[in-house]
Design a protein around this ligand. Structure first.
Ligand code: ATP
Length: 426
């Protein structure tokens, strides 16, 4: 099968010119060049994908250096791994030397040696990801498909290349589920059986690798599908959501997608994912994923706010009271709680804070108060707080009103009492 028409149809002209150039170079030095991996699968499925991964039977590092020397591309080379990245103005490509991998034991990092394209494809996860397209002029566009990935695409199947595959690398269990759910394919019968049998081998996988795979799931268009399936198959004991919680999650993820404007949608999904957890189950989850400090903090804060939400349910609340309760939470934590909360008044107040109250600030600074005769110290901070409170509650608006209130606070008894350091107040 020749896919040169598909390449022209789906890739931009600049990318095609780069491909022709590298293909010519490789051919002139007697090397074979191929496009590999997800982009081949997606071209055949007619899905957009500009993630250009090349494999060369030869030497990727010297090939990349030759291309960089005769073009505007910048190159980053990794001779130890036989790989290189070429950065053009509009896009980047990865070139890898064809490699052979063997695994000493389940979960171990592979032992890598140079190999042929066939070797390189044989180390891949699924047949649909183990196809290549030749890019040298003599065979330009020819599909190389030793594992019958095209047949699997036609039958909508995810199939491992050999029965040891999940033993070699159990992260493929998570990857299989991700592709199954993304593409709406089925696990091929033996793959499905081996996947289930090998679930315990995920214990041999490092926390960091599990986290990376879970992150890839969160970057999917509808992550709730793969997450639901992980729970259904009991793949990760730390992610044990009941069918009811999975239904809840699907509804909230959908809401998150439709309401999300800025920041990372994957982070928002993560906050919602842990929302049904208890603090104890959250700690187990964080530990299993070796979650970095900042992300752990974000997730703990999500549950802290969840536990305090009832404080936002009062019949009447001043804006300054809402501000006081929410001011220390990150936007993503507030957004997750707003999406998760089904109590109308609580939802409304979370949104009010995020959209309006958080942005309200006073004009005055500590220096302005010193100019008005306040001695520098904690009193100044207290007055600034009083000014913000008054502004939040609408009793002052302009800079002049702010200054007037500051002077009143300084001269009135109430002001004196309010400006006492906090520890001296009752
Ligand atoms: P995407 O999954 O987002 O569509 P992709 O198919 O390019 O992109 P990557 O995760 O970028 O997937 O990996 C590139 C290729 O490397 C895959 O297509 C697959 O062939 C191979 N690969 C990645 N991870 C593994 C793994 N754990 N085991 C075997 N092969 C893998």
């Amino acid at each position: 099968m020749n896919l040169s028409r598909k390449l022209e149809q789906y890739l931009p002209q600049v990318a095609l010119e780069v491909i022709w150039n590298i293909g010519n170079r490789a051919s002139q030095s007697g090397q074979q060049l191929y496009l590999v991996g997800g982009i081949v699968r997606d071209l055949l499925l007619e899905c957009p994908n500009f993630d250009l991964d090349f494999v060369v039977e030869g030497n990727a590092v010297t090939l990349a250096q030759q291309i960089a020397a005769s073009s505007s591309a910048r190159t980053m080379t990794y001779p130890r791994f036989g790989t290189a990245k070429l950065k053009f103005d509009a896009f980047a490509i990865d070139i890898a030397t064809a490699r052979n991998e063997t695994y000493a034991r389940p979960g171990a990092l592979p032992i890598v040696t140079p190999g042929t394209l066939k070797d390189d494809l044989s180390r891949r996860d699924f047949a649909i990801n183990a196809m290549a397209i030749s890019l040298v002029p003599e065979s330009y566009g020819e599909l190389v498909d030793p594992y019958h990935g095209l047949n699997d695409l036609q039958h909508r199947l995810i199939r491992i290349l050999h029965p040891q595959s999940f033993r070699d690398d159990a992260t493929r269990i998570l990857r299989a589920i991700r592709y199954e759910q993304r593409l709406n394919f089925n696990l091929e019968r033996e793959t499905s059986q081996l996947l289930k049998e090998n679930i315990p081998l995920l214990d041999t996988i490092s926390n960091d690798r599990i986290r990376r795979e879970l992150n890839l799931i969160l970057l999917e268009e509808c992550p709730e599908r793969a997450l639901g399936r992980l729970c259904e198959l009991r793949v990760l004991p730390e992610l044990a959501l009941s069918p009811k919680e999975r239904g809840w999650l699907a509804e909230k993820f959908q809401k998150a997608r439709s309401q999300h404007r800025t920041g990372s949608l994957a982070q928002l999904y993560l906050c919602l994912l842990v929302y049904p957890f208890t603090p104890e189950s959250l700690e187990k989850f964080l530990c299993r994923l070796n979650m970095p400090g900042r992300a752990s903090q974000m997730l703990r804060k999500t549950l802290n706010l969840k536990a305090s939400l009832f404080l936002l349910g009062g019949e009447t609340m001043k804006n300054s009271e809402i501000h006081h309760l929410l001011k220390d939470y990150a936007p993503v934590v507030l957004q997750a709680n707003a999406i998760a909360s089904d109590v109308e008044v609580i939802h409304r107040r979370l949104v009010l804070f995020s959209n309006e109250l958080r942005q309200i600030a006073i004009y005055s600074t500590g220096n302005d108060l010193t100019r008005l005769g306040f001695p520098p110290g904690p009193e100044t901070g207290e007055v600034l707080k009083q000014l913000l409170k008054a502004k939040l509650d609408g009793s002052i608006k302009t800079r002049a009103e702010e200054e007037k209130l500051a002077i009143e606070l300084k001269t009135t008894e109430a002001g004196t009492a309010r400006t006492q350091p906090r520890r001296n107040r009752r």
